[in-house]
Ligand binder design. Structure first.
Ligand code: MEV
Length: 327
């Protein structure tokens, strides 16, 4: 069994697609993938959360004949196919893949990247093949492209490495926090597609390039400014920067009435800053509560009828789990 964490983007979503820096943190909610050999010539994939179970002959998967699979499991079938194509089939029998997730889907918390990363690691382990972290990254990124179209790679980087990072397409740098930052996640409960939100920004950028490119650059600058605030543990400054970032995301057209409602509820209850996290259009917000305001912020989001929780930062990335304890 392998697992990988989800993530929140603190600063820089969407701008990161255009090469700007972004800051993101892995959170202590994981996807668990177990793989076992079964005495058939098939691969079975079951997602307990999505309540979907599909099966396919090994040969068909090896050839990449993936027509007929569900949209939800397609990225995973593709990943299995790539692994079989790259490494042959080192097992005598078929495989059973079982998925259990603590991360809500389509909510901006990186569930698809965590899933792809954990599956790649679990398959590497059962195939007993040599794969560097970079190889795992590449194969998970291929799978992310099927889900999101043209992702920046930030989600699968966090799932693989954990911690808090400054990410720019093609490179990452770890950030050592001056103090733990309490982050409250509020879920609008509205699911949306990252690919569609990224395409929306692309269209706006094509229509008004001068303005939108400035907005994107300003978001990148916020990410850079936040690094020192994170190192110093300067929560007030981080809150300000989050609020400015939310304003710029609104300018990009990726906020929504539900997001505004939760952001306002969090700010009224004592959040120093609040913004959407991930692709927007629904999904989740993050709020940075002032000291002693954590419960207030959580409760105030719950009072408007939405789920909220305190997200702890996860410093460990993808890992092999020792046994079936999570079954
Ligand atoms: C998705 O978590 C973040 C976006 O910036 C898309 C990406 O980076 O691939 C919206």
């Amino acid at each position: 069994m392998a697992s990988a964490p989800g993530k929140v983007i603190l600063f820089g979503e969407h701008a990161v697609v255009y090469g700007e820096p972004a800051i993101a943190a892995a959170i202590r909610r994981r996807v668990y993938v177990s793989v076992e050999e079964i005495a058939t010539d098939r691969i079975e994939i079951e997602s307990r959360n999505l309540k979907i179970r599909e099966s396919m002959r090994l040969e068909k998967c090896t050839r990449g004949e993936l027509e007929g699979v569900s949209a939800e499991l397609k990225p995973l079938w593709h990943l299995c196919h790539k692994m079989l194509e790259l490494h042959g089939h080192p097992l005598k029998h078929g495989l059973r893949v079982e998925i259990r997730s603590e991360i809500p889907e389509s909510a901006g918390l990186g569930s698809s990247a965590a899933l792809a990363t954990a599956l790649a690691l679990a398959l590497k382990e059962i195939f007993s093949v040599d794969m560097s972290p970079n190889d795992i990254w590449n194969i998970a990124f291929e799978s992310e492209k099927i889900v999101h179209g043209r992702p920046s790679g930030i989600d699968n980087t966090l799932s693989l490495h954990g911690g808090v990072i400054l990410y720019r397409k093609g490179s990452m740098k770890r950030i050592r926090l001056g103090q733990t930052i309490p982050l409250v996640v509020g879920d609008t409960g509205v699911s949306r597609s990252t690919g569609k939100m990224v395409a929306r920004v692309r269209m706006l950028r094509e229509k008004y390039p001068d303005v939108i490119e400035e907005v994107i650059r300003a978001i990148g600058r916020l990410s850079l400014l936040s690094v020192q605030a994170l190192v110093d543990g300067d929560l007030e400054k981080l809150g300000d920067l989050m609020n400015i970032n939310q304003g710029l995301l609104e300018a990009l057209g990726v906020s929504s009435p539900e997001i505004s409602m939760l952001v306002n509820a969090a700010r009224k209850a004592g959040a120093l800053g609040a913004k959407l996290t991930g692709a927007g259009g629904g999904g989740c917000i993050i709020a940075l509560p002032a000291k002693n305001a954590i419960n207030n912020v959580v409760e105030s989001i719950k009072r408007v009828g939405r789920d909220a929780f305190l997200a702890e930062i996860e410093f460990e990335g993808a890992r092999i789990e020792s046994g079936g304890a999570h079954g």
